[in-house]
Ligand binder design. Structure first.
Ligand code: ATP
Ligand code: MG
Length: 304
């Protein structure tokens, strides 16, 4: 890797490192402040904007090589409470990447058909092909978050009674960790993001949705009901992160009270993951070189 790149990587690591969880043991959600901006203050916002723009540019370049190499795939998992900025982050961070190499899936409440299968079924069907980036806007983690907070949802999953014990969440988390290990061994780069918004900021954003006619459509009264379960959700998130953070599928718990900072750290984490793959365009072998020379000759030999 070039020296310049290595230096930038060091800076990226400094920005992303405090929020990257690769070992779950001992992780506490309260150690990460949703209002944190990593020492960058809002006066530097134009600076942050430039950094984000540069990050996105790098990502675009890397994605092109990633697509051409056709070896790895990348799965980006986004989880968050409502109004934490998942949609906006996905939109901003992925702006400019080649849509052919990228797919976004948003997971809502499961259908009857989906409930008739094992919980991973519907997510597995959406995994990215080699060379592609797959974005999960909500994911299989909902199976240990919303389903854990609202146990009546578990009943709808039609599991045999003897499999529903008090260990079910721990078992699911183990299965998820195992599934992600499997993906990593298949060449999938798994990056998980929890956009960590504070309850106070969520209230402010809900009120904004109520106050501004253009944002009314985003508001759902169900979101306010879910807010009532805040503590349960935070406990479920903490447990999930503890049980599934690993080197091959790290969690990034990203402060989300300031959207500019959230986007910057997410973009930086993705660039970092790409660079670590040391991607290069596929080398052309002798046979292919001959082929190219012949094609050139044919083109040059045409009359018009
Ligand atoms: P936004 O509100 O920004 O448009 P969203 O992801 O919140 O995006 P909604 O349609 O509001 O989308 O909500 C989807 C709902 O589906 C969430 O409340 C989520 O908890 C729920 N959901 C997702 N997966 C499952 C699941 N496996 N079982 C039950 N509910 C689920
Ligand atoms: Mg919603």
């Amino acid at each position: 890797m070039e020296k310049k790149k290595r230096e930038i990587l060091k800076r990226i690591d400094k920005l992303v490192g405090p929020y990257r969880i690769t070992k779950g043991k001992g992780f506490r959600l309260k150690d990460i402040d949703p209002g944190d901006t990593g020492g960058l203050d809002s006066e530097q916002k134009p600076g942050a904007r430039e950094m984000l723009a540069r990050g996105i540019q790098w990502m675009v370049e890397e994605q092109d090589k990633f697509y051409a190499a056709d070896r790895h795939s990348m799965l980006l998992v986004f989880q968050a409470m409502d109004a934490a900025g998942k949609d906006g982050t996905i939109r901003h961070v992925m702006s400019g990447v080649n849509p052919q190499g990228c797919q976004v899936y948003s997971f809502k409440q499961p259908s009857m058909e989906e409930l008739d299968h094992d919980f991973m079924w519907r997510y597995q069907k959406c995994l990215p092909e080699r060379g592609r980036i797959g974005i999960f806007n909500r994911s299989y983690y909902e199976e240990v978050l919303v389903v854990r907070v609202h146990e009546e949802l578990l009943e709808r999953q039609k599991l045999p009674q003897d499999l529903v014990t008090r260990d079910i969440w721990e078992e699911r988390l183990k299965d998820i960790a195992g599934f992600e290990r499997y993906l990593a061994r298949q060449g999938t780069v798994v990056l998980k993001f929890f956009l960590h918004v504070s309850r106070r900021e969520q209230k402010r954003r809900f009120l904004e949705r109520l106050d501004m006619p253009d944002k009314n459509w985003k508001f759902s009264s169900a979101d306010v009901t879910e807010r009532g379960h805040w503590r349960d959700y935070m406990a479920a998130y903490e447990d999930a992160i503890r049980a599934t953070a690993s080197r091959e599928a790290p969690w990034h718990v990203i402060p989300a009270d300031n959207k500019w900072f959230t986007r910057l750290v997410v973009a930086a984490a993705i660039v970092e993951a790409f660079w670590k793959l040391e991607l290069a365009y596929p080398q052309v072998d002798d046979a292919k070189k001959k082929d190219l020379a012949a094609a050139r000759k044919a083109l040059m030999g045409e009359k018009k």
